[in-house]
Structures are given as structure tokens and as C-alpha cells.
Design a protein around this ligand. Structure first.
Ligand code: NAP
Length: 525
């Protein structure tokens, strides 16, 4: 079914009639690209994709630090509809992933829809017209029937709130904003943080720098990364016998999915992983004191489990020191720890993560009755199926609250959410419907269920502090189940979950005919 482009007069009476897009997508990470591709395939071509940077790729464009690579197998960490036979490694490096995203952008013909250097500053919904107005930092504005936000959970790097951080005279940068003009060769370097980014950075720069001081607040559980090059013959087999590539992807999928049993259903099963990780530390680190410092005191899985073969060997190096005394302040020439020692360095690298759990949207979003999303989410972000929020009609979030995974590929979740959002958008374009708003009682019931299930998970029972949870201890980031459950629940947008408002302002539920056509669209469209 091909949608019509709506042309409506602008809300601003002084300006000329302005184009009204069917959809404005925000972000060109995997989420934004997937939505754009699916819209185009569905014949919906009245859309733009706004991107704050000057190229596509989101987190895979920004994170160019040495050693950046995926920690999910690339044959699964790629679109199901755009398999790639020739991944160079089981866990692809950043550059190859970014290339893949660029290839998909061109192959599916969505580059002309992308507006780079278009950072969104705000979005507001007008209940009278059922339209959103999206404003950019550069002063442009777009009117649209619907908005898809694909801004991701890892787009806002966080510098820690450490006293004196601005006084440091040497080089300093965040892992997600790597300063490639700075030559690390032979330098005295501090790395703050020991999360997923740090464990990739440290082994890569350790052989280059003069000395490396790694400041650890909490150790991470680390297991070996089953990574290797993929040989030419295997790539050839995948290329010429696609069912084998498909089987390989499925095998990875099901192996990862088993993890849910331990993460979310019975955290006692984590003991098996913990034993494995403990023996990995014991085998890799020979100095007893260092081993003690590196052994976490919380249940494995509570924080993200990290995969690395070269992190522990890097810490065994003579020029690398693990500092665990706690940072007191940053001085003009280094990092001072609580034991009074000043560690003088030439450069500080902050591998201190992203602002994720507290707020999912990086700009002001105003919904019905002028309500601000930031206020609605004061006590923690929540949505229905991670995608729609009551009071914010026609807005679809990809990678919204409680859609993150601790065990598998985010692209699985993204594809499910895009499928769901596409159905909502089709309703808005094909029927005489002004807006659809998820019912508050439906959203509340859903979140009650999600939080009840999360309460039993390792993320809330494992005894750690992590960015998965808000400061009040609620998990607003992770999906507490199998990815196939999420796929099933987002496969059909159930009209009864939504308040439908017609163009004449009356509430209207779609009739049986509309629902049947929706189901046909969703299945074969
Ligand atoms: P992160 O996991 O949030 O780690 C941040 C690190 O900085 C933690 O070790 C944290 O210590 C430390 N830290 C924060 N503030 C500090 C302070 N004031 N003083 C001392 N230490 C401080 O961030 P990340 O490593 O950038 O990873 C974020 C997420 O990105 C990951 O969970 C993952 O989802 C994703 N990621 C994925 C890949 C991949 O391979 N696909 C690679 C990198 C990142 P505490 O633990 O004590 O808080």
C-alpha cells in the first residue's frame, strides 16, 4: 500500500504553506537507517532523516578509539535483510561496521533522504493539527505527521564529575571523541574507567605509550572473546551457499539467547559463568595482589560481561599499572588519588561511558497539553514496548526504554521496533486518523510487568551499581526476556492498546477492515 504525501498549510500563519512530511527520523545509527530502509521498501517516501553529525553511523561513527570493535558476533550484529558474507572477523572492527552501514545506506537508496549537520533541538506536538514540529540547532524546522527517534542510548559521552577536571594542562579526551591528532607514542597516559570501551583501548595503546596508569573504580567480569579471522574459504561458502550463512546466524542467535535463562530468569545460573570467569583471571594474572584487585565482588552479569583476550595480558605489562585507590581530584599535571599520591601524566583518556539510564532523549520533546517528556520521565524513562509513550502521539522511539540487551544483538530489537513503528505510521497515513496515542493504562500495566520481571534479574539482584539502573535503582534500560518474545509482542500493533483520534477530533477505533488490511500490510507489505 503506497501512502500519500500530505500537503498542509503551516501552523505559522506568517509563513508560506510548508511541506508536511509523513515521517521525520532522527539519527542515522542502525535504528534510523533501518527505519528509513523499511519506509522506502513500504513505498513511503515522504520522509527525512536528520543527523547531527556530518556522516552517518551514530555510535559507530563516533567511537573511533584504537581497538574499537563489536562485542556481538557480526553475522548477528547486522540487518537480517542485508546479510554480509565476507565479515573479516567473527567480531567485526568499527571501520568495517561503519562501512557496512554506508553500504546499506546506498544499496537501499536512502542517502538522499539524510540531512547531515542537522542536530535536533526540540520537537513539539500540536494536538489541533496532529502534527509534530521538529526544530534544528541551525534554525530549520520540519512539520511531520510522525516522528521516529533513533538517537540511541550511547550518543552522549559523559565526563566524570571529578574535582579539578578543567585544570588539567595536558591532553584530555573521551573515548567516544578520540583525538587522533594527539600522538600517544612514548607518553605518560592515564585511562579512567574499566568498562567495555576501556578494555578495548588499553591493550591497543599499551605497547605504544611510555607508561599507562589505569584508574579502576569497579572491576568488570571478563571472559575470553571467541574471536578469529574468517578465512577466505568460509567467506566463499557463505557467499555461494546462503543457507549455510543463514544457519550460522541462527546458531549464534540461539547460543546467545540461552544467556537469558541466567540474566533474567534464574540468576543462580550465573554461578556457572562466574566460575569460568574466575578461572580466566587466575590463569591470566599471576600477581596475587593484581588478581585480587581485578576480581569483582558482585554477581557476574550485573554489569555488562566483557569479552577480551588481550586485556589481562596488557595489565601484566611492565609499563601498565592498575590504580584502585580512588580518584580524589585532577590536578594541572595529573590525577591525585585518595592516598595522596599524584600520578603525573601527559594525557588523560576518559573511558567513562555515556548518559544512558536517566533520560533517553537528548532534546526537548513536548507532547499533548504541552507536557515535557523530561518531566514525565522524572522518575525514570518508560514507554510501551519501548516504543510509544502515552501523551506523545505519533512518536515512535527505537531503542527506547527497556529495549537494551545484555546478551545479544541490538539489531534484533531495532528490527522488531521498526516493524511495530511502521504499522503505526501506516495507520496514520492510510486512514482518516489524526493521531494515535498509547493508552496510559496499557503502558502502566506493561511497565509493571517489566519491572516485576526485572526485579528477579541479575541486573537488580547482583549487588552492583551500573548505568543500566537509575539512581533510584530502577532498571529503565534492559529488556528482561528473550528477543523472540519481544519480536512476537511487537509483531502487530494492537489497535485496542491505542486511543485513535480522527481528523474531526472524535475518538475512533479502526474497524475490522482496517485491522485486516494492517495485518496483511504487516505480514506481506
Ligand atoms: P561504561 O561501561 O559505562 O564504563 C564506564 C567506566 O568508567 C566504568 O568502569 C566506570 O566505573 C568508570 N567511571 C565512570 N565514572 C568514573 C569516575 N568518576 N571515576 C572513576 N571511574 C569512573 O562505558 P563504556 O565502556 O564506554 O561502555 C558503555 C557501553 O557501550 C557498554 O556497556 C556497551 O553497551 C557499549 N560498548 C560496546 C562496545 C562493543 O564492543 N560493542 C564497546 C564499547 C562500548 P564504575 O563501573 O565503577 O561505574
Amino acid at each position: 500500500m503506497v501512502a500519500q504525501t500530505l500537503e498542509r498549510p503551516s501552523l505559522n500563519q506568517n509563513s508560506q504553506a510548508k511541506k508536511v512530511y509523513d515521517v521525520v527520523i532522527i539519527g542515522t545509527g542502525f535504528a534510523g537507517l533501518c527505519m528509513g530502509i523499511r519506509l522506502k521498501q513500504a513505498g513511503i517516501e515522504s520522509f527525512v532523516i536528520l543527523e547531527k553529525g556530518n556522516g552517518i553511523g551514530g555510535t559507530w561513527r563516533d567511537n573511533t578509539y584504537p581497538g574499537a570493535a563489536c562485542d556481538v558476533q557480526s553475522h548477528l550484529y547486522s540487518f537480517s535483510f542485508a546479510p554480509k558474507s565476507d565479515w573479516s572477523r567473527l567480531f567485526g572492527p568499527q571501520e568495517e561496521i561503519l562501512n557496512y552501514m554506508n553500504q546499506c545506506t546506498d544499496r537501499f537508496g536512502i542517502r538522499s533522504f539524510i540531512r547531515t549537520n542537522s542536530e535536533v533541538s526540540g520537537a513539539s506536538f500540536d494536538e489541533k493539527t496532529g502534527l509534530w514540529e521538529i526544530n534544528t540547532v541551525g534554525g530549520k524546522s520540519y512539520k511531520t505527521k510522525s516522528v521516529v527517534s533513533g538517537t540511541g542510548g550511547l550518543s552522549r559521552p559523559v565526563l566524570p564529575n571529578i574535582k579539578g577536571i578543567d585544570t588539567f594542562k595536558g591532553a584530555k579526551f573521551h573515548s567516544a571523541k578520540w583525538d587522533h591528532s594527539y600522538n600517544l607514542q612514548g607518553k605518560k597516559v592515564a585511562v579512567i574507567g574499566t568498562g567495555a570501551s576501556a578494555i578495548q583501548i588499553v591493550p591497543t595503546i599499551a605497547p605504544i605509550v611510555g607508561t599507562l596508569k589505569l584508574f579502576q573504580r569497579t572491576p568488570a567480569w571478563i571472559i575470553p572473546k571467541p574471536d578469529s579471522n574468517i578465512s577466505g574459504s568460509v567467506k566463499g561458502i557463505f557467499k555461494f551457499i546462503p543457507p549455510l550463512r543463514w544457519l550460522f546466524r541462527k546458531a549464534i542467535y540461539w547460543l546467545n539467547e540461552i544467556g537469558v535463562l541466567a540474566f533474567a530468569i534464574n540468576p543462580k545460573l550465573m554461578k556457572i559463568f562466574e566460575k569460568f570467569a574466575r578461572s580466566f583471571i587466575n590463569k591470566s594474572i599471576h600477581n596475587e595482589e593484581l588478581r585480587k584487585k581485578l576480581t569483582p565482588n558482585y554477581t557476574i552479569g550485573c554489569k555488562r560481561i566483557l569479552l577480551s583476550n588481550d586485556y589481562y595480558p596488557a595489565l601484566n605489562r611492565e609499563n601498565v599499572e592498575l590504580v584502585t585507590d580512588g580518584i580524589e581530584e585532577i590536578t594541572s599535571s595529573g590525577v591525585k588519588t585518595k592516598d595522596g599520591v599524584e600520578h603525573k601524566v601527559d594525557a588523560i583518556i576518559f573511558a567513562t561511558g555515556f548518559q544512558a539510564a536517566e533520560a533517553v532523549s537528548p532534546f526537548e520533546i513536548k507532547g499533548r497539553e504541552g507536557k515535557l517528556l523530561a518531566n514525565v520521565w522524572e522518575d525514570g524513562a518508560e514507554a510501551y514496548l519501548g516504543t510509544t509513550v502515552s501523551g506523545f502521539p505519533n512518536l515512535f522511539m527505537i531503542v527506547g526504554p527497556n529495549t537494551g540487551l545484555g546478551h545479544s544483538s541490538m539489531i534484533l530489537m531495532i528490527e522488531s521496533q521498526v516493524q511495530y513503528a511502521l504499522q503505526g505510521i501506516r495507520y496514520l497515513l492510510n486512514k482518516n486518523i489524526k493521531f494515535l496515542d498509547v493508552r496510559k493504562d496499557v503502558q502502566d500495566r506493561y511497565n509493571k510487568e517489566i519491572q516485576r520481571r526485572l526485579g528477579k534479574s541479575v541486573w537488580l539482584t547482583g549487588g552492583c551499581v551500573s548505568w543500566y539502573n537509575t539512581s533510584s535503582g530502577r532498571n529503565t534500560t534492559l529488556w528482561p526476556g528473550f528477543t523472540f518474545e519481544f519480536k512476537a509482542r511487537t509483531f502487530f500493533l494492537r489497535p485496542k492498546d491505542y486511543e485513535f483520534v480522527r481528523a474531526d477530533g472524535k475518538a475512533k477505533k479502526p474497524g475490522i477492515g482496517s485491522r485486516v488490511s494492517m495485518i496483511l500490510d504487516a505480514t506481506f507489505g
